[in-house]
Write a protein that binds this ligand. Structure first.
Ligand code: RBF
Length: 361
């Protein structure tokens, strides 16, 4: 009897010590590069890391946002283990941009999230404003830039490279579709809205890429006014095609669908942006200029979880680093684009990759 009681006490002591060890280990493991107290409400003393992905718009129709959520979720899944649970909540902020700051302020005020993740060029200014009111809140922002705020890390892509490659393929395909030597190449660009990255980087680089093929080429630039109206996208594309545009780059979220449909009906072509879009309408989509935002979101979330994300920094990644690319290997590209055009496009991509052609932002 006495022996049993002693054994029981010993077991109790061991259990207590083990719990203590786990608890201390958990706090240390929480790390994340800061010495903050674990957040209230996280339940288990820092063993729980909570991340929210704020989608400025909706995911459907916007692959750049789908990639964002996928990358963060993958990192969280890989970093969750018996000692530490990483949860990811995805919130769609909707298309009313005037509401975004209020929504993000509420997320910060809730003190629930160790990290707010988001993506687009308007987010850094919003996060900076929220950060002034809630200075403990940390942000990981992709596709935008802001340096110097110790709670905000940003990463953007070299979109001059991305748009240049799009303009180059558009002009090559349009040149082949037109009467040889008769007219200057005419291509189009449909954007969801105007914003500095569009007006100052993407549109000029698209034009620049086209002009390397044909110095007299022109770009018809149209704006939907939102990121969802496929009917408006179709209307704009049809009008551009009537005006002589043979190939259209579409960067308009849910409105892309309308652009593709109108191009298909009129026998025109489309260049896709951000993800591999050949499969959207094989034979109509003749180019895909992409950013590997899923990879970036995954890697930066891992850095956060490991405590090495350099808050305060604004990073820029391009073709050389493997975050911007043009997809040449898809069978639908090979089937719908002629060999001479693919060869010329291949030469351009090689020049960018090797650094012979530098397209700095
Ligand atoms: N791109 C999308 O694909 N879908 C969107 O809903 C979307 N919303 C945006 C809202 C704002 C305020 C800004 C500045 C950009 C938006 N973009 C959107 C464009 C996106 O940031 C990026 O430039 C493009 O995806 C091209 O890489």
């Amino acid at each position: 009897m006495k022996q049993q009681e002693q054994k029981h006490r010993r077991m109790q002591r061991i259990t207590l010590m083990l719990s203590l060890l786990l608890w201390v280990g958990g706090i240390k493991g929480f790390g994340l590069g800061s010495k903050e107290e674990p957040r209230k409400g996280s339940g288990d003393q820092g063993l729980h890391v909570s991340i929210v992905v704020f989608i400025p718009g909706v995911m459907s129709g916007s692959p750049i946002y789908e990639m964002l959520a996928a990358g963060v979720k993958q990192a969280a899944a890989e970093h969750s283990n018996a000692q530490r649970e990483v949860t990811v909540t995805v919130i769609e902020g909707g298309f009313n941009q005037a509401e975004w700051e209020g929504r993000i302020t509420a997320l910060a005020a809730s003190e629930t999230y160790d990290l707010i993740v988001s993506s687009n060029p308007s987010l850094p200014a919003i996060a900076a404003s929220v950060s002034a009111k809630f200075p403990k809140q940390r942000f990981l922002l992709l596709d935008g830039a802001l340096a110097g705020n110790p709670r905000i890390y940003t990463l953007r892509y070299n979109q001059r490279e991305q748009a240049y490659m799009a303009g180059h393929i558009a002009a090559l395909v349009a040149g082949e579709a037109g009467d040889p030597g008769s007219q200057a190449v005419r291509i189009g660009l449909v954007a969801g809205q105007e914003y500095p990255a569009m007006n100052e980087v993407i549109l000029p680089a698209y034009r620049e890429g086209a002009q390397q093929v044909d110095p007299n080429s022109t770009v018809d630039f149209r704006v939907v006014g939102n990121w969802f109206d496929a009917g408006k996208g179709a209307e704009l594309a049809a009008d551009m095609i009537r005006g002589g545009a043979k190939v259209i780059l579409t960067i308009a979220g849910g409105a892309n669908e309308g652009v593709v449909q109108a191009a298909f009906e009129a026998g025109a072509k489309v260049v896709w942006f951000d993800t591999n879009g050949y499969g959207v309408r094989p034979g109509t989509v003749v180019g895909s200029s992409v950013v590997y935002q899923d990879k970036a979101a995954y890697e930066q979330t891992i850095r956060f979880l490991e405590g090495t994300l350099p808050f305060g920094k604004a990073e820029l990644l391009g073709v050389a680093e493997g975050y911007v690319d043009f997809i040449e290997t898809d069978p639908d590209y090979q089937a719908s684009v002629s060999a001479p055009v693919r060869e010329k496009q291949g030469i351009l991509i090689e020049q960018i990759r090797s650094g012979v052609l530098r397209l700095e932002e």
